[in-house]
Design a binder for this molecule. Structure first.
Ligand code: NAD
Length: 293
């Protein structure tokens, strides 16, 4: 079976790597935090002392790192991994990073005979644990088909978004829509309640009317409207404000790069930065409701 090197065993990477082990893939793992490596070694993975060490045994390298600079450092920096990979190694880069950074790594990989896919995910830590992530993949169709069984061990929906970098573009577009919807819903909930409506009644009317959207269906930001939503659990769990702010920043970076106008995304970013300033970075992104109360 394909030997996989997994680099970056944080909140997302660790459960994703665990699902590869469960699916029977031989796995070499590396993270700057030794404790994460030790956890997976206890479950059957091989420990590596560096990313290069992990990749030396592998046909496929998967990385799941915090941001663009970590990814470009890993692959293109001093002692960059791309220089050290055997020709024919396949790379699946799952971090959420700027499309431009993803394209840079794609180009460098291609020049060295390495096939790379950008494959950011949505579904959060619960999706990573349950192997129900959505992968948005950029790169060659053929490379995706080869990678599909590996991705299927970690996720449920696998989309080919287009060529190099397209997975990252799809990811920032999706999260920008989500943020804007959440803010619009929170604003309307506050307006209705301030004018005498019961939150549950208002939520249901909008859900079934032309204002209906994903946040009203699954994730209402008003406490008590949906029993299992983070809003009803003190805005804990779910998708953190700091991650939403990061993704909105990437959306703006992408828009600026091409001269696109993305004013709703820009406003959403400013509101999420305000929440960061208020010390709410670790809370679920539906906590934006509190800006309107
Ligand atoms: P995290 O900070 O929990 O984990 C990142 C891991 O990478 C850490 O364990 C860190 O030690 C390790 N790392 C950093 N540089 C390294 C290097 N050079 N070599 C080896 N290991 C290194 O982050 P996370 O929540 O797991 O998110 C990972 C990526 O997934 C991010 O790009 C994030 O935007 C994206 N994402 C996260 C979520 C979520 O809900 N957490 C959802 C979707 C996408």
């Amino acid at each position: 079976m394909t030997h996989i090197a997994f680099i970056g065993l944080g909140n997302m990477g660790l459960p994703m790597a665990r699902n590869l082990l469960k699916a029977g893939y031989p796995l070499s793992v590396f993270d700057l935090q030794r404790s994460a490596v030790d956890t997976l070694v206890g479950e059957g993975a091989l420990a590596a002392d560096s990313a290069t060490d992990a990749a030396s045994r592998a046909q496929v390298v998967i990385s799941m790192l915090p941001a663009s600079r970590h990814v470009t450092d890993l692959y293109l920096g001093e002692n960059g991994l791309l220089e050290r990979l055997k020709t024919g190694t396949r790379v699946i880069e799952c971090s959420t990073i700027a499309p431009e950074a993803a394209r840079k790594v794609h180009t460098a990989a291609r020049e060295r005979g390495i096939v790379l896919l950008d494959a950011p995910v949505s579904g959060g830590t619960s999706g990573a644990a349950a192997a129900t992530l959505t992968f948005m993949v950029g790169g060659d169709t053929e490379a995706l088909e080869k990678a599909r069984p590996i991705l299927a061990a970690m996720g449920r929906n696998i989309f080919h978004a287009g060529p190099a970098g397209a997975g990252q573009v799809a990811k920032v577009c999706n999260n920008q829509v989500l943020a804007v919807q959440m803010i619009a819903t929170a604003e309307a909930m506050a307006l209705g309640v301030a004018n005498g409506l019961e939150p549950i009644v208002l939520a249901e009317i909008m859900r079934q009317s032309s204002g209906g959207n994903w946040t009203l269906e699954k994730y209402n930001p008003w406490p008590g409207v949906m029993e299992h939503a983070p809003a009803s659990n003190d805005y804990s769990g779910g998708f953190m404000v700091e991650l939403m702010a990061k993704d909105l920043g990437l959306a703006q970076e992408t828009a600026n790069h091409n001269g696109n106008s993305a004013p709703m995304g820009a406003l959403a970013l400013q509101l999420y930065r305000l929440l960061l300033k208020q010390g709410k970075g670790k809370q679920d992104f539906s906590v934006v409701q509190q800006l309107f109360i």
